[in-house]
Ligand binder design. Structure first.
Ligand code: HEC
Length: 152
């Protein structure tokens, strides 16, 4: 397999086609635009994520109604979240449920009680919220993307 890839890479470079550089985004399947953490904080409040979440060391306006759980996001985490995991936990909350150190009811029949925001949240809000959350966790490493330059 490795050798086959190498041969393809060599053949591609001989043919003048830029081969995928290893160590760049070769293993990244999805590349979202950069988010804006400040707008993300606004969206986090506007979408009332604050009904169920508090952000470590940050005071935010109260939601119109408190939700059934209070789960802290951000701060130091022993198991660091990757950027992809953070995106997944926002748009597909039941994919993998968070560990539940608070003994709060986080799921029903294996489905997260967190609302599904797919029909409500824009993609811009998603990337902004993730940029905001990312800035609140200590030690999350975002993979570096090397955007290829296409020459036509
Ligand atoms: C009705 C309550 C509720 C609301 C509102 C809510 N969440 Fe959640 N959220 C949860 C619960 C419960 C969990 C833990 C279970 C899980 O992983 O889905 C969770 C987990 C998360 C996690 C993963 C935490 C971890 O440590 O893995 C993130 C990130 C998150 N929510 C972001 C958001 C964002 C952003 C919003 C608003 C757009 C939001 N949540 C709104 C209930 C809520």
């Amino acid at each position: 397999m490795q050798r086959a890839l190498l041969i393809v890479a060599i053949a591609a470079s001989i043919a003048g086609i830029p081969a995928c550089e290893s160590g760049s985004n070769a293993n990244q399947e999805i590349v979202l635009p950069e988010g804006d953490a400040i707008r993300g904080q606004e969206a986090f409040v506007a979408l009332e994520c604050t009904a169920c979440h508090i952000i470590k060391d940050l005071e935010l306006p109260s939601p119109s109604e408190l939700g059934p759980v209070t789960i802290t996001l951000g701060g130091k985490v022993s198991q660091l979240k990757s950027y992809g995991e953070l995106v997944t936990s926002v748009i597909n909350p039941s994919h993998r449920l968070a560990r539940n150190p608070f003994k709060q009811p986080i799921s029903n029949d294996g489905q997260s009680i967190m609302p599904i925001y797919g029909d409500i949240m824009t993609v811009t809000q998603l990337v902004d919220i993730v940029a905001f959350l990312e800035s609140k966790y200590e030690g999350i490493e975002r993979p570096r993307y090397n955007y290829p330059v296409y020459k036509y």
